[in-house]
Design a binder for this molecule. Sequence first.
Ligand code: GLP
Length: 256
Amino acid sequence: MEQFPYFFVVRDDVDLLVESIVEFLERRLRERLIVESPKPIGLATGRTMEPIYSRLVDKLKSWPTSDLQALVNGWKSFNLDEYIGLPIGDSRSFFNFMSNHIGKPLKLSADKLRIPNGHALNLQDEAKNYSNEIIKCGGISIQLLGLGVNGHIGFNEPPCSYDSLCRVVELSSSTRKQNAFSFGKNDNLVPSRAITLGLKEILSAQEIHLVVTGPSKANVLQALMNSPSTEKIPASWLRSHDRVFIWADKQAYRKI
Ligand code: GLP
């Protein structure tokens, strides 16, 4: 099998891992200040991202005001996915997650912090338009990803082909269980559908950062590291990309 990933960082615990990722992201964000029209950033939601966004926001707020303002002015990010079927304004939507963790603290307007609209009247059109908007903005520069316990990235559930596009998907029972934490631990309350960027859009990013933490991800991370690309593990398509970084803590990466 070809070498995978391009860059692999393992840290003793999640705090050290977050520190390393944030240091890296901060450097990447700083580079945006000296580029004419920087390409958009690809963002993810989920518990893995919470400490990263919180630490990153703290760091960014300590930047000189003019630098932070320049970063905010030039900000453009696209999130991977959103639930379908939640009431407008629902606190468990990914829109709300992003606005609480990134949007409000950095004072970003909604046109800078883009996320698929799970309330669109025509969801197929919304998916197509969202994908086209990314292309119009020049494509994604760095893409952050979490990992589903079933190997999903975004909401690309197995089986999933490498050329899947932004679309409406049905969520698997495994994913609804994984995400039940925000729904009073009741997986029946987790929406059964979502809009997600496909593998094709994810693989078009210039650089991909997959973050994997905690013991619940150990099995899937091992399967990912040892498996060739297969529809059964959507994240395994990342093998075909030549700049994938995997960031893991020791609970998730147990070398056996
Ligand atoms: C969710 C989201 C992904 C997220 C992943 C990991 O279902 N669709 O974008 O990255 O699964 O979630 P967590 O970090 O909570 O484990």
